[in-house]
Design a protein around this ligand. Structure first.
Ligand code: ADP
Ligand code: MG
Length: 247
């Protein structure tokens, strides 16, 4: 069974249909890149998965449990359990500015899971090591570069031991010279079989790291295929146009 299963997801804002009957699955250990023009609904789709947006109709099932089934949401306690399986990394990092790097990592597991401080410390140190920021544990976010902030955000998401990581344009706010260090951390996670859904404009990353690429336009999934197919031989005219492949 797929780790994420989305069926006929519909979402509109007032009269604007943002997601029009979206269906797709994400298998365990799969890396799925979502590409598409601005305004096509990519962020709304990711945010719907973690219940930062409420959908109008459709079904979202994560690891066998339905967050929402035919438009009817699970009970609050179940919603919490289901969304806790996913960690989200945003374009603008969303770190707590008044907390140090280490405190940013430890806050949620401490509050939500009442984890003991010894365990927290061990895990936050290990994760900061993993994203190559062991020496910045006591720094405040304002003292970090964008690339460092985003690596903190990734480590923070990993503190909750998610089954799935969702990324919404994680490198779009970064200067070009800082994107590489973030993409490297993401590639390492992919190599460790982390299940990931990545909204990105980094086509090289999608080509190299993704198992599958979904192209969205105007609230629809236009094409979903291997990177080789999408980038070399897209079937749809809109995909070709987006990738600049039309002569
Ligand atoms: P993308 O991430 O692909 O750029 P979004 O999911 O952010 O697309 O937005 C899809 C569409 O929904 C856009 O037309 C956007 O203007 C609209 N939209 C997004 N959020 C809201 C909101 N809170 N209220 C009204 N319209 C919104
Ligand atoms: Mg977006």
């Amino acid at each position: 069974m797929a780790l994420i299963e989305v069926t006929n997801l519909i979402k509109s804002y007032d009269r604007l249909d943002v997601l029009k009957q979206i269906s797709f699955t994400v298998e365990r250990n799969e890396v799925v890149a979502i590409i598409g023009p601005s305004g096509s609904g990519k962020s709304t789709l990711l945010r719907s998965l973690v219940h930062l947006e409420t959908i109008d109709n459709g079904t979202i099932t994560v690891d066998g449990s339905s967050l929402v089934k035919n438009g009817v949401y699970a009970k609050p306690k179940e919603i919490k359990e289901i969304t806790a399986k996913m960690g989200m990394v945003f374009q603008h990092f969303n770190l707590f500015p008044h907390l140090t790097v280490k405190q940013n990592l430890e806050l949620a597991p401490k509050l939500v899971r009442k984890e003991a401080s010894g365990d927290l410390e061990k895990r936050s140190s290990a994760l900061l090591e993993k994203v190559d920021l062991a020496d910045r544990a006591d720094a405040f976010p304002a003292k970090l570069s964008g690339g460092q902030k985003q690596r903190v955000a990734i480590a923070r998401a990993l503190m909750m031991n998610p089954e799935i990581l969702l990324f919404d344009e994680p490198t779009s706010a970064l200067d070009p010279e800082l994107t590489g260090e973030v993409l490297k951390v993401m590639k390492d996670l992919a190599d460790e079989q982390m299940t990931m859904v990545v909204v990105t404009h980094e086509m090289a990353f999608a080509k190299e790291v993704a198992d599958r690429v979904i192209f969205m336009d105007k609230g629809e999934i236009i094409e979903s295929d291997s990177p080789a197919q999408i980038f070399k031989n897209p079937k749809n005219e809109r995909t070709k146009a987006f990738l600049g492949l039309l002569e």
